[in-house]
Ligand binder design. Structure first.
Ligand SMILES: NC(=O)c1ccc[n+]([C@@H]2O[C@H](COP(=O)([O-])OP(=O)(O)OC[C@H]3O[C@@H](n4cnc5c(N)ncnc54)[C@H](OP(=O)(O)O)[C@@H]3O)[C@@H](O)[C@H]2O)c1
Length: 397
């Protein structure tokens, strides 16, 4: 039915390629392109179906456009880095190709992300008659759809949302990040931010924490308030929300390393001169840390990511927690990646499937929660990320 071009051959790119290859009736042809083509070939070699590969620097809009004009895919699945979002969207506009990503645009020189840059493309995508689906990973992605599903099926109005992301896995390394270290550390060391009564409030990085009892034997874990991009679009699309926050677990060991690295300046993105050449400390640190894809065979345990919602049903207060649990070792057995890449790559494939089968359709730029959550939620159960809803007695403070 459709040809897709996947851009980015990292941890997430590997999972998306495997998952698309499992559904030949939708993804009839797959091309995997990245800056380093050798990485594409390595992924293609893991898969029984033929996957073609290509080399592209997606920052180079004319080259990216030429690749699209040559390959003529129906959709680009962008799982390169957030820096490439705008150049790839420009190339999609030039070539008239639909677009999907899993993370919103970030400028390289400021650790800041917001949807404004990509929402600004809405009219141009609409006028070109093509669609962009933003943030089709887990968080953002599945968490936006979870919120929309809860609003549709469990509540009359939703008032409080806590998105909670727990990685209860262990990889045995002294310090490593589960996805691209540069993007991960920029996110974690930024100021926290949450929505309350019509305004954003900010907090010092990792300064707000509490315990949360995770279900299915994972147990209580300390969660830290962070700012995460889906809060921006969810607050816009669910205006009854008075309160919206995002939380993530970190081990004491991870935080100890991060604090020391921060204190000595290794997490900074400000250039420094070293032996006559300019380097960015965080990029140098990335070169020293384990490649997240090397953690696949080492990681054991589970992730639990979900949405805790408080709202009204039939005039009464109600609380519900909708979550998925994903097992690192099971993910590795299936696609040779740990659960962090798996939980991102599967929703990217499902979002692509929604677009290509016409279940989610539109001209312009969209966030996940703007579409009917039901077909997406059915596919989460079908393609490896089953979910559950738990009724909760009381909200988090
Ligand atoms: N929504 C979610 O739940 C979620 C969760 C995790 C990650 N993500 C997002 O998923 C994306 C991929 O993450 P990852 O962990 O797979 O990262 P990764 O392992 O670092 O892989 C990124 C890939 O993109 C390629 N790339 C970088 N710059 C490029 C360019 N200019 N042109 C072409 N290819 C380029 C890299 O090529 P090289 O190999 O040559 O460097 C690499 O293959 C990121 O945007 C991340 O923020 C989303």
């Amino acid at each position: 039915m459709a040809k897709v071009l996947i851009v980015g051959a990292g941890g997430v790119g590997q999972v998306v390629t495997h998952k698309c290859a499992q559904i030949p009736e939708v993804f009839t042809e797959i091309v995997l392109a990245s800056r380093t083509e050798e990485k594409c070939r390595k992924i293609a070699a893991q898969i029984k179906r033929p996957i073609r590969t290509a080399q592209v620097d997606a920052d180079d809009v004319p080259r990216m456009t030429a690749l699209l004009e040559r390959e003529k895919p129906q959709l680009v699945i962008n799982v390169a880095l957030p820096y490439q979002d705008l150049p790839i969207m420009d190339a999609c506009l030039a070539a008239g190709v639909n677009y999907l990503d899993t993370a919103n645009y970030e400028p390289r020189d400021t650790a800041k992300f917001e949807y404004r840059w990509q929402w600004d493309y809405h009219d141009r995508f609409r006028d070109r008659g093509i669609m962009a689906l933003l943030g089709s990973g887990f968080d953002p992605g599945a968490t936006n759809v979870f919120t929309a599903w809860l609003q549709k099926h469990e509540f009359d109005t939703i008032e409080m949302l806590d998105i909670i992301d727990c990685n209860a896995g262990e990889h045995g390394q002294p310090f490593a990040t589960n996805f691209n270290p540069e993007i991960n550390i920029r996110e974690v060391t930024a100021r926290g931010r949450y929505w309350e009564d019509g305004a954003w409030h900010s907090t010092d990085p990792l300064s707000v924490s509490k315990m949360f009892p995770f279900p299915e034997g994972i147990g209580p874990k300390k969660i830290y308030l962070l700012y995460h991009e889906e809060l921006e679009s969810i607050v816009k699309h669910f205006p009854t929300l008075r309160h919206a926050r995002f939380w993530m677990t970190f081990s004491d060991n991870y935080l100890k390393h991060l604090e020391v690295l921060g204190n000595v300046g290794m997490t900074s993105i400000d250039p420094v001169m070293y032996e006559g050449r300019e380097i960015i400390p965080l990029q140098f640190l990335k070169a020293l840390l384990p490649d997240p894809s090397s953690l696949g065979p080492l990681t054991k345990g589970r992730t639990c990511i979900g949405c805790l919602v408080q709202g009204k049903k039939d005039g009464r207060d109600k609380f519900a927690f909708l979550y998925n649990i994903c097992d690192h070792e099971a993910a590795y057995r299936e696609v040779q990646s740990q659960a962090i890449s798996y939980t991102t790559g599967v929703p990217a494939m499902i979002g692509a499937k929604m677009m290509l089968t016409g279940k989610w359709r539109g001209a312009g730029v969209f966030n996940m929660e703007q579409f009917d959550p039901d077909p997406f939620m059915e596919d989460m159960n079908r393609y490896g990320l089953p979910w559950s809803v738990m009724q909760v007695d009381a909200p988090m403070e």
